[in-house]
Design a protein around this ligand. Structure first.
Ligand code: TPP
Ligand SMILES: O=C1C[C@@H](O)[C@H](O)[C@@H](O)C1=O
Ligand code: MG
Length: 642
């Protein structure tokens, strides 16, 4: 055994540069690079190491630590979790800025390696700048906040600890069932401390991602459940994408005449054009999927977390005899809904099940129901595409602040509805373009309305639904797939919250397109608030009045000008013709673009046969709130208890 004397940070960089994964016999370099925002907590340790020798690792400069970590998350997700960009911050606020992104990666089961600087292990300068100082324990630092949102957490207090810390980091990052955010906190003095590392720590390491198959007993349980069902329904979750099981799922459904609904994470694993694909299911599902779900006697959830949005808070499946099957790499997720479980890789499991069910000559009892449900939704889509503003205009969302739509139309000159704009975007952008979303009203509309036959062209972060992911994520996706056009579908509220990496896209010459839906409000929350009988508080962007409240007129924002200031090409559009022209022109640009789409409030889609359980006041002075509470209790009485 030879040894190499290096600092801990130098050893970390060299280790990262030598990690590979192997999946289906294909070897892939796992770490693409390191993104950082330097501060005193990491520049002289990790910064020195990256500057001296970063091997084949690329360097990325973040502008906001949260945005940078979202970028890395989106990069990993678009690469089907087969490549990562590690993220490093300074100590204190820089580290804390990554906590939100860590939660976001963990809930979505996406590998994200975080390397925040930490306070001095020696405690010599105690307290160092940005040290929080918990009088109850000096071992507690800002980085302890990562424990709640990471799948693995470690702090390297001696240089030799790096070795077991990083082996465990890789264990978690490359495990399909366990992956998520990993935090390896790096005290700033230890980053620069030297140690004689054994050379075998730096050898090329290949982590095999295997396709586990459920036990034969589990498979038999599933087979029996399917053969005794007449109206089964498959839910296509994100695990189908990560396992590249789209074809296996389609074969399964075609063989046995089983329709499937898509979750946000599962959309674009299979073509929308398939006669069995009902589209989005759940709270933000469409008429076709939710109609079939209502009657299903067996729900087969493949690679799904079965979140409240997917199950309509356990209310969607109303057949009194309904049973659940879960196919999931994670035993934790497989245990949900008291399901009949098959713990294994989605692709491998579906392939085996297809063989087993063929032997039993199984075929569901559906006749025209699938076709009819889809036809009804297609008709509704035509109506949504044609929604336009004019005399006696009736918006999709009933509960509203009287006068807001007219005031917005007058202020902006817009006649654009959100549903028609989305249809125009679908018609105009390339088939293989990738849309990215996360928060606000757009994910609901897109899950219902967006169709695509191109794999991995729908990238929706709806586990954390984290405002600010859209633009940061778009850049991560573009770095993962530079040949494809990438569109961030972003509300005005989300843009205002975080768009720092828009500038990074310009710096990187990585063109992204921001489709900014400006409705002068936190629109979906305004819907939720007013739809539950509450007033119009804090969800529209209005001036403060002399009376003391935020009840003045709408505050106009020129988002196109903001984008122009960064060096992007930008447009403002107020009708379908302008939107189409801007979309066409933006395709010709080499630089990032932003289209400021002035969208009439309340013109997003409403619910289709779904319910979402939110906390509602059970005592109120307002009768409308009491009515909302009664409605909630009625729904709750129909829902599964757990
Ligand atoms: C980081 C974060 N903070 C708060 C929320 C809660 N939230 C969800 S949507 C929303 C408003 C979104 O407004 P906008 O982006 O304009 O989208 P719209 O609903 O108007 O389409 C808020 C505050 C969130 N999802 N993420
Ligand atoms: O609270 C929320 C409501 C959802 O409608 C929205 O899409 C999501 O971003 C959210 O956080
Ligand atoms: Mg908005």
């Amino acid at each position: 055994m030879g040894t190499i004397r290096m600092t801990m940070a130098q050893a970390l960089v060299r280790f990262l540069d030598n990690q590979y994964i192997c999946v289906d016999g294909k070897e892939i370099k796992f770490v693409e690079g390191v993104a950082t925002i330097f501060g005193h907590g990491n520049v002289c340790g990790l910064g020195q190491a990256l500057d001296q020798n970063r091997g084949a690792l690329k360097y990325f400069q973040g502008k906001n630590e949260q945005g940078m970590a979202h970028l890395a998350t989106a990069f990993a997700r678009q690469n089907n979790r087969r490549k990562i960009i590690a993220c490093s911050s300074s100590i204190g606020p820089g580290a804390a800025n990554m906590v939100t992104a860590a939660g976001c990666a963990t809930v979505n089961n996406i590998p994200l390696l975080l390397l925040p600087g930490d306070t001095f292990a020696t405690r010599q300068p105690d307290p160092v700048l940005q040290q929080v100082e918990q009088p109850s324990s000096l071992t507690v630092t800002t980085n302890d906040a990562f424990k709640a949102v990471c799948k693995y957490w470690d702090r390297v207090q001696r240089p030799e600890q790096l070795m077991t810390a990083m082996i465990n980091a890789m264990r978690v990052l490359t495990d399909p069932a366990e992956t998520g955010a990993v935090c390896i906190a790096l005290p700033q003095d230890v980053q620069g401390e030297s140690y004689d590392y054994p050379d075998y720590f730096f050898k090329k390491r290949v982590h095999r991602i295997t396709r586990s198959i459920p036990s034969s007993e589990e498979l038999q349980d599933v087979v029996e459940a399917v053969v005794t069902s007449k109206k089964p329904l498959v839910i296509c979750g994100g695990g189908v994408k990560y396992s590249e099981a789209g074809k296996a799922l389609l074969d399964f459904c075609e063989n046995f005449n089983i329709p499937f609904g898509e979750t946000q994470a599962g959309k674009s694993a299979c073509p929308s054009g398939s006669e069995y694909n009902l589209g989005g299911i759940g709270v933000t599902g469409n008429l076709a999927a939710n109609q079939i779900a209502d009657k299903a006697d067996l729900v087969i959830a493949v690679g799904s977390r079965l979140s409240d949005f997917t199950t309509s808070s356990k209310w969607l499946f109303k057949n009194p005899d309904v049973k659940f099957v879960t196919i999931n790499a994670s035993r934790f997720h497989a245990y949900k809904m008291d399901a009949i479980k098959a713990v294994g890789d989605a692709k491998a499991t579906l392939e085996v099940l297809t063989e087993l069910l063929r032997e039993r000559n199984y075929r569901s009892a559906y006749k025209n129901e699938i076709r009819d449900a889809k036809a009804a939704w297609d008709k509704e889509m035509e109506r949504l595409a044609a929604c336009s503003y004019g005399e006696n205009f009736k918006p999709e969302i009933e509960a509203r602040n009287p006068g807001s739509i007219e005031e917005f139309a007058e202020m902006t000159g817009s006649s654009l509805t959100q549903t028609a704009a989305i249809c125009e975007i679908r018609r105009t952008i390339a088939d293989d373009a990738i849309v990215i979303g996360a928060s606000g009203s757009l994910p609901g509309d897109l899950q219902r309305m967006w169709t695509t036959d191109v794999r991995d062209s729908y990238h929706m972060e709806y586990g954390y639904s984290c405002m600010g992911y859209e633009i940061s994520g778009a850049l991560g996706v573009k770095i993962a797939e530079p040949e494809r056009e990438v569109y961030a579908m972003c509300g005005d509220g989300s843009f205002l919250m975080l768009h720092s990496e828009f500038f990074t896209s310009i710096q990187e010459h990585q063109k992204i397109n921001v489709l900014l839906f400006d409705n002068a409000s936190f629109g979906c929350i305004n819907n939720l608030e007013m739809g539950n009988g509450i007033g119009n508080l804090g969800t529209e962007f209005r001036y403060r009045e002399a009376s003391g409240d935020l009840t003045g007129s709408f505050v106009p924002i020129d988002f196109a000008k903001i984008a122009e200031g960064y060096g992007a090409k930008s447009y403002t559009v107020r009708n379908l013709a302008e939107l189409k022209a801007a979309l066409e022109d933006s395709k010709k640009q080499n630089v990032s673009t932003l289209i400021d789409i002035k969208i009439l409030p309340k013109t997003m889609t409403h619910d289709y046969l779904s319910w979402w359980h939110v906390g509602i006041a059970s005592t109120s002075e307002k009768p409308s709130v009491c009515t909302a509470c009664e409605k909630k209790n009625q729904h709750l009485a129909q829902a599964r208890k757990y």
